[in-house]
Structure formats: C-alpha cells, structure tokens
Ligand binder design. Structure first.
Ligand code: ADP
Ligand code: MG
Length: 693
C-alpha cells in the first residue's frame, strides 16, 4: 500500500495505534484526508497566557508554569485530592486536582505544565488555589503545541483527549497537508485572493490570526457552495440538452375551453405560469419546473391547465400529493373541472389490497385520456402508467428529492411540474432546488383579505369562542387544530380527541362538530371532509392532517392550540386554509400556559402574512434540514457554510459556476483539470460523459 497519499489510513500517524484509530473511525475519520476535513468545534486562544501573579478570581483561564511540589490526599473513600505548587517568573499558586489521581504518573516535579481551570478561594484557609480541569504536561518535542498560539478544540468521542488530537492534527497537517490538490482554478484564486487549499486547511486547525482564519473559512465555504452549484448547473444543462421528452402540442381548443369554463378569470400570475409551462412542454426536452406560489394563489388551476396540455397531446398525466385528504380533494376538483372534456380521473391512495393493486395496474397500463391522482402509493408500488407525459408533484416540499426522482421513472422522461406553497428562501432555492426552472406566482386572486392573526394564552379562549359563535351565526365555518407529532403521538391524539369532546358537548352545542385525524380510516376521513366542504358540519377539529392544500373557502376562523409547538412555515400553511373566500378571516394562535420564549416567534406570524418573510425567519431559527422536512437534499452536505449567514458567498459561487460552465461545459481546459477530478469524485456528480443522475 502506498503510505504517502491522503488516503493513507489514519493509524500510520505516529502515536495512533489500533485503539485510537478505532475511536477516530467512530468519528468517521479513517484516513488523512478525513482528519484534515474534521474541523475544530472551537478554539482555545493561548497566544498570551496570564502570569500567575495576575490571575483573577473565578474566570476560567489557562496558565503555564513549573511544578515544584506534589502531594496526594485521600480524606475519605471516593475522594482523591492532588495538591501541587506551580511557579512562573512572577510567582506561584497552589493547584488542586479533584479525583484525578491518575495524573500522579505524569506530574513529575520540575516539569512544565499547562493547566486550565480557575482560581477559587479555599474558605477554610482563605488561600487562593487554582482548581484544575485540564492538565497538559509539556514534553520537549514541540512546545508550540501547548502555548503561544491558537489551539483547536475538537468534538471528541470518549477515550480521546484534546492534546492527543492536537498532536495528530499537527503531524498530519505538516506531513499530508501539502499533498492536497487545489481544485479551484488559478484565476478564481487570484480574483478572490483565496488561500491555497493546504493553507486554508492549516488555518482552520491552527489559526494564525482572526483575519487569516476568516479568509480561510471563506475560501472553504465558497468551495462547499461552488461544487454543488457546478453540479446543479450541469444537471440543468444536461436535462435541457440530451434527453428527449414528450413534445406536447399546446394552445389547442381543449386547454382554452378548460380555462374558459372556470368560474373566474385567471390572475395574470397564473397566466404567466401557464405560458411558462407551454414553452417548456412544447420543446423537445422534458420540463423541470417549480411553481412557487403562496397558499391560496391558485396553483391547482395551473396544474390542471398543464394536465390538459398532456391530454390533448395524447398523453396521460399523474399528480402526486403528500396526504390522502388532499388526494381526495384534488380527485374531486379534477373530476368536476376536467370530466366535461372527456378525461377520466383515477384515485390511487393508501394501502391497496393486492386485488385492487392489480386492477389499478391493469387499468393504468392501458389508460387513455387519464389522470391519476395519488399519494405515496403512486411511486411506491410498481405501477407503470401508459403514455405518461406529465407528472405534477403538489406540495413538493413534503417529498424528498429521491422520491421526486422516482416518480419520473414511471414514464420515459415525462415533463415534471413541482408545486410548492411553502416559500423557499432564496439560498435554499439556489442550492437544493438549483436544478429546476422556476415560476413564482406572486399574486393572489382578487378580493382576498389577509387573515388577522392574534397570539393569545389559553385564558383568552372564552373570548375566542364567543367570536367563533358570531361567525357561525353568519354562516361561516371554523377549524380548530391540535398539534400531532410522531414522538408523542398517543398523548397528542388524546388531547385532540378530548378537545373535540369538550367542544362538541360544551362549547358549540348548537352546531355540528366533526373530528379528523390521520389514524382514521380513509373512508372516514373522506366522509368528514365532504361534510365540512358541503357545510353540513360547521366546526372541524383536526390534527395537522389538514395542513396542506385543503380548500374550503367558507371557513373563516382558524384556532391553533399549543401554537408554540408548530414551526412557522407550518403555521403559515395552516393559516392558509382560511382567507380563501373574499371575506375577512381570523387566526388565533393559542399558546400553552408557561410559554413565553416562543412569543416573539409567534408574534412574527401576527405581524406579517408574507410567506417569504416567514420562511426566511424559519430558516434562520431552524436550519435548512428541518425546513425541507427532509435532510436528504441530494446535494453535497454543508459542513462550514451557513445558508443564511453565507448567502453572499453562495451568490458569488453560483455566478462563478455558471460562468465557468458556459465557457467550458465539459471541463476540458487545462486549468480545470483538478476541478474536474474533484467533481467527478463527488457522489452526486454528473460530469462523466452523458450520464445524468
Ligand atoms: P393553492 O395555490 O394554495 O393550491 P388553490 O389552487 O387551492 O390554491 O386555490 C385556492 C382557491 O382559490 C380555490 O378555491 C380556487 O378555486 C380559487 N381560485 C383559484 N384561482 C382563482 C382566480 N383566478 N380567481 C378567483 N379564485 C381563484
Ligand atoms: Mg394547493
């Protein structure tokens, strides 16, 4: 084996035996390169340490001195006290180690030690002493590993100590750092005055100054974004160039008739979205478009228009949604709107019996003029859809990237339309969604009034209910939502059911109250939603199953219990269930007793109905993984970069990636060879000839 390269196993470092290398392996450090890229959790600035005579009380600090005496005391079982005198040029202080008797072996008189801890006062003898938390005995080989510089502090697993890690780091950086090949082309290095890769890595472990550290980090953050952007841009280019898609004929009478038959006029934004789609689907390559429009902006009509384009071009369509309730709703809407044009709509949801599955499969494999609406069942089961020309994924943020990809496999590169109401902050848009074309529907249908939002304690419920009664009198309907999270599903479900019982028997005694939750049978849920949609029931108590997509314009009040337990984007979605007719609507966010910390967060909901602002806020406090509802973004993960704080660097990385690919799409130029090697080695790369993932 070649023990010179960066892939040399970690146990070849001096001082790393089998035990240590096993522990490092649990931190995913297997070879030299892994170590170089395991950055410190934080740093210990030991550039100048206080002299012993200058020590102030109680502040944690680090001192260096000579050990001039040591005694051991065992005043009672289970208590071991080591006491020693530490001396430097300015004076001396007693050092105390509690229950660290094992240090006896290394604490030899006359050795130089570095101790971290703090000065306390022994009240009995009123004597100052240094109570030691961490001990390092300076060995002759490399004094700079202990003091005089900023030292790394790594996240550790048990059995490893900082000093050991520091030594390993120093030796790997010196020996293997210079072997790092810099993938960034020289002109970018010059333009942005970046550190070389090996210098940047060195600075991350042993920063020479704050400024150097920051420049090093900036370079590495740029890299994290840059390769991801190259891959996304390449994917986008490939999907445009290489793959033939079903070419639709657009602008024909069927699509026009569908639009003319709508009971309202499309908004300008809806028209724009439809025309973007027309351009895409009539080209010979598959569409990959994300339609982003706030809750209630009328995305369903846009989807239907697209589906009509497929139908009138002789293809079938599929629409995938995240919940059964939404599947039901879309099924009914599509049936109502599209049946007049001789289109059959099929519903595929939940767990199908074997016989049902067979039947559905049979139908779909020979389907004509058919649109199938379905939940996860649609891609989980091996159904093949005849002549599948268009796949619409509604509320796409609920699906992982890989789930999305899978649905495409049901046909031969069908056109894909992704729809989302959760506003995606720009930085996420550029990373996770960077390979999609986008249309934003930035307009709500006319006459919409944004819901008024109030944050209240449970004590305010009586008032809320009397307000509800007034609205019920006027013939409007009400949602009352309880949180339900998987981890505490049972308790949550109980509180929703109990809430329902009380509301029904004590609060809304003159009206019909219904309950809906995810554990109910599919038919039950369907019946409940139907009753609410028709207005047979006026109050719907529910868990979060109604969060996305549900459209009952006559509902004007949303009461959300334990609102502090919801994410902001989730609250925005829920609130989007009201304010869909032309009337005023009200959302009450009711917090549990004793919550105050979340008040500000909820107040943000009250102060804006702008989904973008809310999403930015959410991203900042919860991080991207949560926002996406799934951590499988399918892109290289970000170790140093922060999507919110580093957005500027992201934008630069994106511009540079685009420019580079425009100019050298196959990375053939000589100054791109290191770069090419690097992106080819990445998991999600698509730079190998003609390959698309
Ligand atoms: P979302 O974008 O949240 O999916 P929907 O497609 O469910 O929104 O539409 C919300 C409501 O607005 C539906 O009741 C729909 O019929 C209605 N709607 C859609 N477009 C218009 C329009 N141009 N004018 C008036 N109402 C519309
Ligand atoms: Mg919708």
């Amino acid at each position: 084996m070649n023990h010179k390269g960066l892939d040399t196993p970690i146990q070849y470092v001096k001082g790393v035996g089998p035990k240590v290398s096993q522990r490092l392996a649990t931190m995913n450090i297997l070879n030299m390169k892994d170590f170089l890229y395991t950055f410190p959790r934080t740093y210990d600035d030991r550039r100048s340490l206080p002299s012993i005579s200058d020590l102030s009380l109680s502040t944690p600090t680090t001192i260096k001195g000579r050990l001039i005496s040591l005694t051991e005391n065992k005043p009672r079982p289970g208590l071991n006290i080591l006491k020693g005198m530490i001396q430097d040029e300015t004076g001396s202080i007693a050092a105390i180690w509690f229950n660290q008797g094992f240090l006896k072996r290394v604490l030899k008189i006359d050795t130089q030690v570095v101790l971290s801890g703090k000065v306390t006062v022994n009240s009995f003898q009123s004597e100052r002493q240094f109570s030691v938390a961490n001990t390092e005995v300076i060995s002759a080989e490399d004094p700079s590993l202990y003091v005089g510089q900023v030292l790394p502090i790594y996240a550790l697993v048990s059995g490893l100590i900082q000093l050991q890690m520091r030594k390993i780091a120093k030796s790997i950086i010196t020996q293997y750092g210079p072997l790092l090949q810099d993938p960034l082309p020289p002109y970018l290095m010059n333009q942005y005055q970046f550190f070389s890769l090996s210098d940047a890595i060195k600075e991350m472990h042993f920063p020479s100054s704050r400024e150097y550290f920051q420049s090093a980090k900036k370079r590495l953050v740029f890299e994290e974004f840059f390769y991801g952007q190259l891959i996304l841009e390449k994917r986008r280019m490939l999907s445009k160039q290489n793959i033939p898609g079903p070419q639709f004929v657009v602008g024909g009478p069927p699509s026009k008739q569908f639009i003319d038959a709508l009971p309202y006029r499309l908004t300008k934004a809806q028209e724009r979205a439809i025309s973007d789609i027309e351009t895409d689907v009539s080209s010979p390559h598959p569409m990959n478009r994300l339609i982003q429009g706030d809750v209630g902006s009328g995305k369903t009509d846009v989807a239907m228009a697209a589906l009509m384009m497929a139908i009138s071009s002789g293809f079938n369509g599929a629409m995938m949604v995240p919940t059964e309730i939404l599947a039901e709703q879309h099924y009914r809407t599509l049936k109502e709107r599209l049946s007049p044009f001789n289109v059959s709509i099929m519903l595929l949801k939940g767990k199908l019996k074997v016989s049902e599955k067979k039947e559905a499969q049979l139908q779909l494999s020979s389907a004509k003029r058919t649109i199938v609406v379905g939940t996860h069942a649609l891609y989980q089961d091996p159904v093949v859809i005849n002549q599948l020309g268009l796949v619409v994924v509604d509320e796409q943020h609920r699906f992982g990237v890989f789930q999305r990809m899978k649905l495409k496999d049901k046909g031969h590169s069908p056109h894909c339309l992704f729809m989302t109401a959760t506003p995606i902050p720009r930085s996420l848009m550029l990373t996770v969604y960077g390979d999609l074309d986008k249309t934003i529907i930035d307009e709500l249908p006319p006459g919409r009034v944004a819901p008024k939002t109030y944050v209240l304690k449970e004590g305010g419920l009586t008032k809320v209910y009397s307000f509800c009664h007034q609205e019920l009198q006027k013939g409007y309907q009400i949602y009352i939502v309880y949180p339900l999270v998987e981890e505490s599903e049972k308790i949550d479900l109980n509180s929703a059911v109990q809430g329902y019982d009380i509301l029904k028997s004590q609060v809304f005694t003159h009206h019909k109250v219904d309950l809906i939750h995810g554990k109910m049978k599919s038919e039950e849920k369907e019946a409940v939603m139907n009753r609410f949609k028709k207005g047979t029931t006026q109050v719907l108590v529910s868990t979060t199953v109604i969060e996305v997509g549900i459209d009952v314009p006559n509902a004007t009040i949303m009461v959300i219990r334990h609102a502090e337990r919801f994410g902001l984007s989730q609250l925005h979605q829920l609130r989007g269930r009201i304010g869909r007719g032309g009337t005023a609507s009200t959302c009450f966010l009711i917090t549990s007793p004793n919550v105050s910390a979340t008040k500000d967060r909820l107040q943000a909901m009250a102060s804006t109905s702008d989904g973008f602002k809310i999403a930015e806020y959410d991203l900042a406090i919860r991080g991207p993984g949560d926002m996406l509802g799934s951590r499988q973004s399918g892109l290289p993960s970000l170790q140093l970069a922060d999507l919110v704080k580093d957005e500027k660097i992201l934008l630069i990385a994106r511009e540079e990636a685009k420019k580079l690919l425009q100019q050298d799409p196959l990375l053939v130029e000589s100054h791109h060879q290191n770069l090419k090697r690097h992106v080819l080695s990445m998991k999600n790369s698509c730079f190998s000839e003609g390959q698309l993932n």
